[in-house]
Design a protein around this ligand. Structure first.
Ligand SMILES: [Cu+2]
Length: 676
């Protein structure tokens, strides 16, 4: 059955969609449609019908009305044991979870869709749920209705029609006037046909807006700072020159793709996994298992990005509060953008849609927000050239499977890749591009008198533009099921030892198994290298080993340099350690807690792990804090080159031998025994 979803003003599918809407009006959004996918797996996302059923049941129970807004409407996952015991064709119990905002009040609802009942309806005190898309629009209306703010814009020579004021979350700093309010801070940007608005900040003017009251709480005007006129557009006409095009460089799959999709379950080579798009975490991978011979071996029950935290480092009043928690405040999946074949993903990729909930609990189709593709660029899976005897080559070529999404959150564009390799690894890659957070300044050159002061917290990347220093931290929730549910972590430290003899020193591996959460608050320390290994003590690995998977941080490791008692660090407490280990608890999904918007902290990993629960030989979850510091450079302007950071889960004594040893020889019929 095909269905058509009319997107309403209140349901712009993303910030990008919102901005299109601001300028084009509601008619700027097109109808969207796609096949309504029947539920086939217990972890399948809610369908459009299930969103509607949830709203209807809450309405019938007298809980919600037309003024209610859904900041969250998502599958409430069945118990893990139920999912693991499920077989295709078994009955599915479907339950939804909603966070409902009614004026200033917030409620949580659990709705049993299978028996048509509202399981619970609970009011929460003192929380601010994530932002509604209609609040993005609302903030502009509130500002446009404020004569003082309009006057300040006009004093700069602009009209409100020419600017977009960004809906920026502002954290929680214990400011008395902010308590009990639902707030956004709203710096503005000049919109022109030629230039990207994020390259045109109108610095020195912003307001704090109370969304619930629909009023401006504070206006700050630091005086006029010039709006940069540096060429800031991304189209060839703005760039001014264009180099000659290369001859086509393409990946070709003349016989089609090697993966298959059944509902939301993907099978490729030896891998099987389930995918879904979640409004908050984005692309979630579940039930990933790898086949060895004829045996399906579980690896990862679920992997998701549980939070994304981006603190900027400038103490200026407009900037200190920019400590965004993009997943919990804005939604990484909610801001997923359509992917363009040949640019965002290879031409050979398959684009997949997602059905996501809007503010009213209705469904909209986010078209082409996931791409699935194989990548074989001529890299080796392994090789050896026998240069002693036969002068012969043996090798196999590597092909990966990539599940990708991209989210545009304000100025930034992120990619999230889940990559499956033929040698049993799962890589997580984070790409960052889009625009730096740019601050308008007086300086046009580092030779200007005020340039040193104006670049104390960033880099002058173009005349009148400083890109502010910042961090990106990503907390990944990795519910590991290595060869089964019950796992332990083994910390294998490379420890120096003294040799007796002509050689004086070397290193050995000393393993410890943390028994409690408090023993597994792990910081990466390059001077004390360690292998972070998840093992299954109850399963048989090769040669008497405990089968395991290692978490390799790769180039995704970064420390937070901010004080631990700083309000942003209290709110994003997960950045205190690179690795945390908890026992599986279904309600512990987001590293900084469920409600991070304007949170004073006190929820999430630091709180959960303070219970010091048992984490040995039980169902455990790894929480890895990936991150990178961003010291901006002129090459980041007018748009940043894509930068990639990655970590991976790598089999360790899991397979009896190189799992890629049995790869077929090249499809051209060469490779083994002297081919070329
Ligand atoms: Cu950055």
């Amino acid at each position: 059955m095909r269905r058509s979803t009319r997107l309403s003003c209140a349901t712009a599918p993303s910030l990008a969609g919102l901005l299109a809407l601001v300028f084009a009006g509601c008619d700027g959004l097109a109808n969207a449609s796609q096949a309504d996918v029947a539920t086939e797996h217990p972890l399948d996302p809610l369908t459009a019908a299930e969103y509607a059923q949830t709203v209807q049941l809450l309405q019938d129970a007298g809980h919600v009305d037309a003024d209610s807004r859904f900041t969250t409407l998502d599958l409430r996952e069945p118990d893990k044991q139920v999912v693991l015991a499920w077989s295709p064709g078994d009955a599915l119990d479907r339950v939804s979870f909603a966070v409902v905002k009614q004026g200033p009040r917030t409620f949580e609802a659990i709705v049993d869709l299978s028996d048509g009942s509202v399981e619970s309806w609970t009011e929460l005190e003192g929380v601010q749920p994530s932002l509604l898309l209609e609040e993005f629009i609302g903030v502009g209306d509130v500002l446009a209705a404020n004569p003082e703010f309009v006057g300040a814009i006009e004093a700069r020579g602009f009209t409100m029609d020419e600017v977009v004021c960004a809906p920026m979350t502002l954290g929680e700093y214990g400011i008395a006037e902010h308590q009990g309010r639902r707030l956004l801070k709203t710096p503005c940007f000049l919109v022109t046909a030629e230039n990207s608005m994020f390259n045109r900040p109108i610095e020195g003017l912003w307001a704090v807006v109370d969304l619930n009251a629909g009023e401006v709480v504070e206006i700050f005007d630091e005086g006029v700072i010039p709006v940069s006129e540096a060429p800031g557009g991304l189209r060839p006409a703005s760039i001014g020159r264009s180099r000659a095009a290369l001859e086509p460089v393409v990946q070709s799959q003349p016989n089609g793709a090697n993966f298959s999709i059944d509902g939301h379950v993907v099978s490729w080579d030896n891998w099987t996994f389930h995918y879904r798009m979640e409004k908050r975490s984005g692309l979630v991978i579940s039930d990933a298992s790898v086949r060895e011979g004829e045996v399906e071996r579980p690896v990862l029950y679920q992997g998701s990005m549980s939070e994304l935290y981006v603190p900027y480092m400038d103490p200026n009043g407009a900037w200190y509060s920019r400590t965004f928690m993009d997943a919990g405040e804005y939604g990484f999946g909610a801001n997923a953008t359509p992917l363009r074949l040949g640019y965002d993903c290879p031409d050979t990729a398959m684009l997949l849609d997602a059905v996501l909930p809007d503010d009213l609990g209705g469904a909209y189709v986010a078209e082409g927000v996931i791409c699935l593709f194989e990548r074989g660029v001529g890299d080796p899976a392994w090789r050896h050239f026998d240069n002693f005897i036969a002068q012969e080559f043996d090798g196999r070529r590597a092909v990966d499977l990539v599940a990708r999404m991209a989210a545009t959150i304000g100025n930034y564009d992120y990619f999230l890749d889940w990559v499956f390799t033929q040698d049993g690894r799962i890589q997580v890659r984070i790409g960052a591009t889009g625009f730096d957070g740019l601050k308008g300044v007086h300086s046009t050159s580092m030779d200007d008198a005020g340039a040193d002061a104006e670049t104390a917290y960033g880099t002058l990347v173009a005349p009148n533009l400083v890109a502010t220093n910042h961090d990106h931290f990503f907390s990944f929730r990795l519910d590991m099921d290595v060869a089964g549910t019950d796992n332990s972590v083994s910390l294998d430290r490379l420890t120096p030892f003294e040799m007796e003899g002509p050689r004086k020193s070397g290193w050995v591996v000393q393993s410890t198994v943390p028994r409690r959460e408090g023993e597994a608050l792990i910081n990466y320390d390059p001077s004390r290298p360690a292998v972070w290994r998840v093992v299954n003590p109850g399963a048989e690995g090769p040669y008497g080993h405990e089968p395991g998977y290692v978490l390799k941080p790769g180039n995704s490791i970064a420390y937070s340099l901010m004080a631990t008692d700083d309000p942003p660090t209290r709110r994003a407490g997960f950045v205190r350690h690179q690795l945390w280990v908890t026992p599986h608890a279904p309600e512990e999904r987001y590293a900084a807690g469920m409600y991070v918007n304007q949170s004073p902290g006190g929820d999430g990993l630091p709180t959960w792990t303070s219970e010091n629960r048992d984490i040995a030989n039980t169902d455990i979850v790894l929480w890895y804090t990936a991150g990178f510091h961003h010291v901006p450079r002129t090459e980041d302007f007018p748009v940043m080159p894509s930068a990639w950071h990655q970590f991976e889960l790598m089999p360790f004594n899991f397979f009896e031998r190189n799992p890629a040893i049995d790869l077929a020889t090249d499809w051209r019929g060469v490779a083994a025994g002297g081919g070329n």
